[in-house]
Design a protein around this ligand. Structure first.
Ligand code: UD1
Ligand code: CA
Length: 454
């Protein structure tokens, strides 16, 4: 059956004390609403309807590349009122999942179970037993069957003893939503149109309300302030670290590991403390990542060892490399196998061939380095003339002496040698030696300029 997803995202989020709308606050570097939208896509929802209010333009802009139907709720008159706003565009057939922009981590699996459980009767919900139910809507059951949801503020002392709570996540037939929502009233303590009232309407129609529990409690946790945001981030990071460890990744301390995206690992990968992984990353067998490294959209092949505090952005690293400490690989750095990149070496839009080495203080930008070449300490490819970028091409088995500047566009042939301290401005032929330095002058008994007396 076709599934629609309705996402409530109109709340102000006053307690965040932020200029940014609550649903755009980041969890694991993705906006809260972004997590919900990703999950909706994974469920192959036919239609995603998002209800926005406060800060709506920025929210819409943030997700402008996605196929989403936006519905405005100008005044927040309650959760039932919010879903009413969708009726003009809600399909007549199929089921809708009702989710929240500030409940980011509900999983595809849990929602799939909710859909399966709700198909027969046309209404189901996620409930949870908690130690402290204060503030939540309570689930009223009779002979085990759900009868109604009573909001905390409307509940009697006796009803407040109930520990089964409403998570707010439902799956409801669209046909029933069209039938029930226009009938909601705001006749309650808060004067709001409660979405929860559809449960009693379903019971009145003789329907049995399905209920499931989430696989993990963090899936149904909502965010109202920065303390809750940090607490959920922590739970999510622990969960991700546990998942990776179960897959065989050696994370030295799961409490000091952050994954803000996805990570695929081969066997016996080791990750030291305080590593941050962003975007989509891949690590081959036996890769070791030292403390404090940051990897974004990067692929590292088997047996490569990365020393501490190296930073990677959109790099492709071959097998058996030695990288860092303090290396920086920028977009489109492509390293072949057995390459060494040492401390304070920056590589951008450059390829480095098999077994070549740049071990100390080097900038390789817009360069192509062949195999088995040695780039001496302090070598700089001068790729930028102030207006345009130019290429440096270095052949195989070349030797670039320390502190050389290679002024691009320039080519250094196979087996060529560049003398230390050279500023290379012309191509160097294969197997030749090039030394380009200023004339050597040694002046005996040299007098430095004296300070003028005023
Ligand atoms: C709601 C449920 C309660 C449940 C709890 C779980 C109702 C009446 N009550 O209560 O049973 O235990 O969630 O957290 O539904 N929103 C809008 N427009 C509105 C009102 C709310 O978009 O007009 C959004 C809010 O931004 C928020 C969510 O809906 O993301 C929940 O609204 P909130 O008012 O916090 O509901 P609760 O009182 O927590
Ligand atoms: Ca709430």
């Amino acid at each position: 059956m076709a599934t629609s997803v309705i996402i409530l995202a109109a709340g102000k989020g006053t307690r965040m004390k932020s200029a940014l709308p609550k649903v755009l606050q980041p969890l694991a570097n993705t906006p809260l609403l972004g997590h919900v939208l990703n999950t909706a896509r994974q469920l192959q929802a036919e239609r995603i309807i998002t209800i926005y209010g406060h800060g709506g333009e920025l929210v819409k802009q943030t997700f402008s590349k996605q196929n989403i139907d936006w519905v405005e709720q100008a005044e927040q008159l309650g959760t039932g009122h919010a879903v009413q706003m969708t009726l003009p565009i809600l399909p007549q057939e199929g089921l809708s999942l009702i989710l929240y922009g500030d409940v980011p981590l509900v999983s595809k699996n849990t929602l799939q179970r909710l859909l399966d459980a709700s198909t027969a009767s046309g209404i189901g919900m996620i409930t949870l037993n908690v130690e402290n139910p204060t503030g939540y809507g309570r689930i009223i059951r009779k002979d085990g069957k759900i009868q109604a949801i009573i909001e905390h503020k409307d509940a009697s002392e006796q009803q407040r003893q109930i520990t089964e709570i409403n998570t707010g996540i439902y799956c409801v037939s669209n046909q029933k939503l069209h039938e029930w929502l226009p009938k909601l009233s705001n006749n309650n303590v808060q004067g709001e149109y409660y979405l929860t009232d559809i449960v009693a309407m379903a019971v009145a129609d003789g329907l049995e309300i399905a209920s499931i529990a989430p696989e993990f409690n963090f899936e149904v946790e909502g965010i109202n302030d920065r303390l809750q945001l940090a607490a959920l981030e922590c739970q999510w990071q622990n969960y991700q670290a546990e998942t990776l460890m179960r897959q065989g990744v050696h994370i030295i301390d799961p409490h000091r590991f952050d994954l803000r995206g996805t990570l695929n690992c081969g066997q016996d990968v080791q990750i030291d403390i305080n590593v941050i992984i962003e975007g989509e990353c891949e690590l081959g067998d036996n890769v070791k990542i030292g403390a404090g490294c940051i990897l974004k959209n990067t692929k590292i092949a088997a047996n490569t060892v990365v020393q501490p505090y190296s930073v990677f952005d959109s790099a492709i690293v071959g097998e058996n490399n030695q990288i860092g400490p303090f290396a920086r690989l920028r977009p489109n750095a492509v390293l072949a196998n057995d390459v060494h990149i040492g401390n304070f070496v920056e590589v951008k839009n450059s390829s480095v061939g098999y077994a070549s080495k740049a071990n100390h203080f080097t900038y390789l930008g817009d360069a192509q380095v062949g195999a088995e070449s040695n780039i001496g300490a302090g070598t700089i490819t001068c790729n930028y003339d102030g207006a345009n970028k130019h290429k440096t091409v270095i052949g195989n088995q070349a030797f670039i002496g320390s502190n050389s500047s290679l002024v691009a566009p320039v080519q250094i042939g196979d087996g060529a040698t560049v003398g230390a301290g050279s500023v290379i401005t012309r191509d160097v032929a294969a197997h030749s030696l090039a030394v380009e330095r200023a004339e050597v002058r040694h002046k005996a008994n040299y007098q430095r300029p004296q300070k003028q007396k005023s």
